[in-house]
Write a protein that binds this ligand. Structure first.
Ligand code: PHB
Length: 390
């Protein structure tokens, strides 16, 4: 097979890029290691920046999102016995976020690719990238009926943190920056009405908690847990009891609980790999960077990578100009690091750190008191939360 762009990874980044390129007449194939059902079974992020929602519409994939997703103009932070609201709309100059699950968004992208006859290969095992520094890179893989090969102009690594793409860059070339947090998030999905119309982030002496949602009837809750905890240690009852302890009394009193339909623990980690380009390989999303989930920036940062990459590839194919491709890594990383900073800030503000002394806790409380006493501070938070421009 021969295509212009070979995309490794059939998650939201790879599919969105392939759809945007297709609409500009650029031929792609997407190689995915898992089955489609597996990809669609993953419970991931739920908050889209307004710029990401716009990109979905531009990709002609925004109809269901606009029908079923929910615009959120603010969220709340519970701390020190009070519930304070961040007015995103007011403090970001009229922007907001869209609550729409990554699972649904991925489903919409698959449907759009199918509609336009997009080439997607599932269950591609042992994907291997070849001759990335030549003018004629190619990719091979193994599947049920033998060995596949695709020749292409460019390879896009959108295959996540554990994917093969980043690992194909020689270690002498790659600089890695990493911060591992000493706790994880235990998350529960339940078919219950969300406790509030907006998200509630809670800083509590027992640890962080978050009340989120996927729809009017599907709730997503998280509590901070030690890394030594196992999901099996947490019964549903124990989870709900601990969540309630960390929420203000009036919120806990109206929390509707129910059986969990998904329960998992995710460690919190920050990671950036530089540069995001090696020869004809360009990395996008989790393949190049990870954030802790506290600011909801993971999927959104992948979206800005996709935006920059699609612009650069369109420029290359329409005019032959490679300047934007050459500038891709620097441009993407400038925004990636701002999302790193914001996610680190929210994480540090709201979690209980095992090594924190009383002084650190006082600083956290002061930061929150300052935040809600200063419109300037709320503007900083709001403009980052709704998404910096890309
Ligand atoms: C989620 O709903 O999964 C979610 C929402 C906001 C966050 C993190 C996760 O900051």
């Amino acid at each position: 097979m021969k295509v212009q762009v070979c995309i490794i990874g059939g998650g939201p980044s790879g599919l969105l890029l392939s759809q945007l390129l297709h609409l500009q007449g650029i031929d792609t194939v997407v190689l995915e290691r898992q089955s489609r059902d597996y990809v669609l079974g993953r419970i991931r992020a739920g908050v889209l920046e307004h710029g990401f929602a716009r990109l979905m519409r531009e990709a002609q994939c925004g109809d269901r999102m606009d029908r079923e997703g929910e615009i959120h103009n603010g969220f709340e932070i519970a701390h020190d016995g009070v519930l304070d609201r961040v007015d995103l709309f007011k403090h970001s100059g009229g922007n907001s976020v869209m609550v729409y699950g990554q699972t649904e968004l991925t489903r919409d992208l698959y449907e759009a690719r199918d509609r336009l006859g997009g080439k997607i290969v599932h269950n591609a095992e042992d994907v291997t990238l070849h001759d990335l520094t030549s003018d004629a890179p190619f990719v091979t893989w193994r599947s049920g009926d033998g060995i596949g090969r695709v020749d292409c102009d460019y390879v896009i690594g959108a295959d996540g943190f554990h994917g093969v793409s980043r690992k194909s860059i020689p270690s002498a070339v790659l600089r890695e920056y990493e911060k591992v947090y000493p706790f994880g998030w235990l998350g529960v999905l339940s078919r219950t009405k969300p406790v509030s119309g907006e998200l509630i982030y809670a800083r509590h002496e027992r640890g962080f908690a978050l009340c989120s949602m996927r729809s009017h009837v599907l709730s997503r809750y998280y509590i901070q847990v030690p890394l030594s905890d196992h999901v099996e240690d947490w019964s549903d009852d124990a989870f709900w009891a601990e969540l309630k302890r960390r929420l203000p009394d009036e919120v806990a009193a109206r929390l509707i609980t129910g059986p969990s339909i998904e329960k998992s623990i995710a460690p919190l980690r920050s990671y950036v790999a530089e540069p995001m380009r090696y020869g004809r390989l360009f990395l996008a999303g989790d393949a190049a960077h990870i954030v802790p989930p506290t600011g909801a920036k993971g999927l959104n940062t992948a979206a800005s990578d996709v935006y920059y990459l699609h612009q650069a590839l369109v420029a290359r194919y329409k005019t032959g100009d490679e300047a934007a491709l050459d500038g891709y890594s620097d441009r993407a990383l400038a925004r990636v690091w701002k999302a790193q900073r914001f996610s680190w800030w929210m994480t540090t503000l709201l979690h209980r750190f095992p090594d924190h002394i009383a002084y650190d806790q006082k600083l956290q409380q002061t930061e929150l008191a300052y935040l809600f006493s200063s419109e300037t501070a709320q503007r900083l938070l709001a403009e980052n939360y709704v998404g910096l421009p890309f």
